[in-house]
Design a protein around this ligand. Structure first.
Ligand code: SF4
Length: 288
């Protein structure tokens, strides 16, 4: 079973870094068709050509193959639960060699790169126990340019919703070209600070582009924010035009009455993800 989980994870990492999910690709194609600015159109064309070349050559679509994060759902009755952690960590080592991936795991004090994308809390693994007997995990290789401009605001609780729009626009302006726009902006509202960042990242990376928020009011807010951000003129790779974001995804958590965290995270155009489902017998499939 350990071997099956490791093979599923290596294949999921390989698929994620080479093949962009269809929803993201479609959003980029639509942005290209809509864009009127010549420079922005040329940049979008380069991105689309790059995606096609990566697929044809079976090579990663970006030199930064990111820090690996796994979002794991373990069935209560999945027979291989005890092997999951080690198998996922090993898969990062194996994929670093076989795909290959750029080694991106660096000790923060000694500045030493482990060379295999593993280390303390690396790869990152987030767990949930769910009903059932299978294992499901989604791997997200997250680039440094996406991570760097992450913003966390503690806004006055009494004015939370009023200033939400303001802090999101301010964060996007401050990020500028760094997260390689067009991005998917994730906004996590409420909860504790770690919850706000966690749900913002999940919303940006896991929710399919083009899907509506389940909450109709948040769906309207997402559309308004998307339009407002695209009016800022940052544009593709920061070179102007009306395509700064492909989508804004909002999630929320209940908060303490005295606090109102707002996390704003960025997912670059290379919004990579792949999901593996491992059955109790060890068979697995990869979805994107
Ligand atoms: S932000 Fe994304 S597209 Fe830009 S270099 Fe990093 S991984 Fe690549």
């Amino acid at each position: 079973m350990a071997d099956a989980i490791e093979r599923a994870a290596v294949e999921a990492i390989r698929r994620a870094v080479i093949y962009l999910p269809p929803d993201v690709k479609m959003a980029l194609i639509k942005a290209y068709e809509r864009e009127e600015n010549d420079v922005a159109r040329a940049q979008l064309k380069s991105i689309l050509d790059n995606i096609e070349l990566a697929e044809k050559m079976a090579r990663p679509m970006c030199q930064d193959t990111g820090m690996i994060t796994f979002y794991v759902d373990v069935g209560y009755d999945f027979p291989g639960a005890r092997y999951v952690r080690d198998s996922l960590v090993n898969s990062a080592r194996v994929a670093t060699q076989s795909v290959p991936l750029r080694p991106n795991s660096v000790h923060p004090f000694k500045n030493v790169n482990t060379g295999d994308n593993t280390g303390r809390y690396s790869p990152q693994i987030h767990w949930e126990l769910v009903p059932g007997d299978s294992l499901k995990f989604t791997v997200v290789p997250r680039g440094g340019g996406s991570e760097y401009p992450t913003a966390l605001h503690m806004v006055p609780p009494g004015r939370g919703l009023d200033v939400l729009r303001e802090v999101v626009l301010e964060s996007v302006l401050r990020a500028g070209a760094m997260p390689c726009p067009p991005t998917i902006v994730g906004v996590g509202v409420g909860g504790s600070v770690e919850t706000a960042v966690f749900i913002a990242k999940k919303a940006a990376a896991l929710r399919k582009v083009g899907t509506l928020n389940e909450d109709p009011e948040l769906a309207v807010l997402e559309r308004e924010l998307t339009e407002a951000i695209n009016e800022l003129g940052i544009g593709v790779m920061g070179l102007g035009g009306k395509t700064t974001v492909l989508a804004v995804h909002i999630d929320y958590a209940h908060r303490h009455p005295a606090t109102y965290p707002v996390a704003v995270v960025f997912q670059c155009w290379a919004a990579r993800r792949a999901t593996a489902i491992v059955e109790p017998g060890g068979d697995f499939q990869i979805l994107q």
